[in-house]
Design a protein around this ligand. Sequence first.
Ligand SMILES: Nc1ncnc2c1ncn2[C@@H]1O[C@H](COP(=O)(O)OP(=O)(O)OP(=O)(O)O)[C@@H](O)[C@H]1O
Ligand SMILES: [Zn+2]
Length: 683
Amino acid sequence: MFSLSSTVQPQVTVPLSHLINAFHTPKNTSVSLSGVSVSQKQHRDVVPEHEVPSSEPSLNLRDLGLSELKIGQIDQLVENLLPGFCKGKNISSHWHTSHVSAQSFFENKYVFIQSRGFKTLKSRTRRLQSTSERLAETQNIAPSFVKGFLLRDRGSDVESLDKLMKTKNIPEAHQDAFKTGFAEGFLKAQALTQKTNDSLRRTRLILFILLLFGIYGLLKNPFLSVRFRTTTGLDSAVDPVQMKNVTFEHVKGVEEAKQELQEVVEFLKNPQKFTILGGKLPKGILLVGPPGTGKTLLARAVAGEADVPFYYASGSEFDEMFVGVGASRIRNLFREAKANAPCVIFIDELDSVGGKRIESPMHPYSRQTINQLLAEMDGFKPNEGVIIIGATNFPEALDNALIRPGRFDMQVTVPRPDVKGRTEILKWYLNKIKFDQSVDPEIIARGTVGFSGAELENLVNQAALKAAVDGKEMVTMKELEFSKDKILMGPERRSVEIDNKNKTITAYHESGHAIIAYYTKDAMPINKATIMPRGPTLGHVSLLPENDRWNETRAQLLAQMDVSMGGRVAEELIFGTDHITTGASSDFDNATKIAKRMVTKFGMSEKLGVMTYSDTGKLSPETQSAIEQEIRILLRDSYERAKHILKTHAKEHKNLAEALLTYETLDAKEIQIVLEGKKLEVR
Ligand SMILES: Nc1ncnc2c1ncn2[C@@H]1O[C@H](COP(=O)(O)OP(=O)(O)OP(=O)(O)O)[C@@H](O)[C@H]1O
Ligand SMILES: [Zn+2]
């Protein structure tokens, strides 16, 4: 059994203490920023999870509609919104104990709000003003400048709070966060359009709203912890977020994906007509790609282009502790969607609800959830006009049932942008800030290989921040280069380190396969090995059957098993059992499949004899356990053989991995040269 590394689990909550710390270290704006943005979702699988003690109240960034917090936003959040958010939560004692510097700050607010008066509001507003002034002083920048510079308008998504509160599916425990998010979005929107005076009036209004909600929350649910949000989903209604404002125009550098999705848009515009004309569409579309490449954005754009409702759900939301909650959420979601077809249902992080790995004690009811999802997908006809778009970074981790025909049977790859795409994305985000004539996005694009859309957006924002901190009027190449380097080399660009680490792991993994194939008599000869990611896979070794007809003898099957094992064993030998990756577990699956076939189909087991067991379900428990036992033995032996070979040829293994790291792809001849200990010619 392999438990896949827990870092795959999305982590989008930010402990309040981080925000507070961020706020309390105005000098270290960048450091504290990264402390917060560590939890931004695009870093979720490369950054180790924060230790968020369950008693620690935390904010869910996604609920705020944010992928990261920017300096101005932190300021605003902490100053205006968190108190409303914390209201009614049993948190004050927490601040007493562990956050001394934050304690007084928060206690103040706490008392503030409890006085429930307009005077309080006024003084809070004044306080707000003074803080931005204070910040401005320490940074030597004008507050309005900071705002105009950094807070881009995403506020057009925001409708009236009343309406949204009614129509959005928000578990009770999330409502405060939602309100905060709303108010936050509101602030953002008005930051662009309003002058300070005006904005203060609005801020006051928001504070008032929050205050009311705060009191309401206190009366209703005084000790509801933020992270514990399990029981409230059962009866919640689901309603769409209409995304009229997001179109394909907003998604840059993923032309192929857009083209593939164009047909879906046509379908959604007029489902009946589309099907009458003989058009056929999958029910489910899987958007596959690394984090931050715009999968969510694309899904919204599909709905936006077709002008239909967009239902958002995140796989991790279904990850519930109580029986039936996830399943019932799915049911509600589909019921609402079907009633409002044509529409788009988007399920982000599909792997966290539909992954193979979720059958673990950590996720006791996920099987129910996934079954419900499957039942719902089977339960309507293609012409009903409901399109389900799922997003995942790990398609190989998905439950096979999900990708069968009639379910998520269309895959659209959303890759990291190439240089042209990066240029477009940079231009797009540059146009939202003030930048100097001399700025050449293409130069930056050339230096940012491997950056995702979200990272490029971040780069531009960081440059703007830098310019603001330096008291400049505009962003120049200097700031862009600075933030590029900072992201590339600074502590927060862990993804580069991780990318390098991943590359190394992949190199050892793939050379593990190659070494076994090379030194095992009956294995197929190697065709090539590569660590270049192709589609969603990190790397691969391809083998060539010698003859057209690959006659599978027992020895050949065993060799095949060993080759499969090689990748996993290599990871274990080099990096230790703690670091075995997803890719490695699929090797193990592979080997298991072969072993199973050998025992049950090919009669290749001594113990069970020459017979086939076609329907394993009908066998006696004894026979079944004998089969399992045999499979286990085959796997164990294969594992040992692979381990032995890799240990014996540790030096060759290392050489090959290093050659792969240098050349990325090696063909059969080159592999042989390396394994014979000769030098590869520089290509
Ligand atoms: N191709 C792109 N064009 C424009 N903006 C982009 C692009 N990719 C990412 N972004 C920016 O980054 C943000 C995050 O992207 P998004 O949430 O769509 O990524 P994702 O692929 O869904 O990531 P995840 O896998 O983490 O959910 C977007 O809201 C957008 O601001
Ligand atoms: Zn492998």
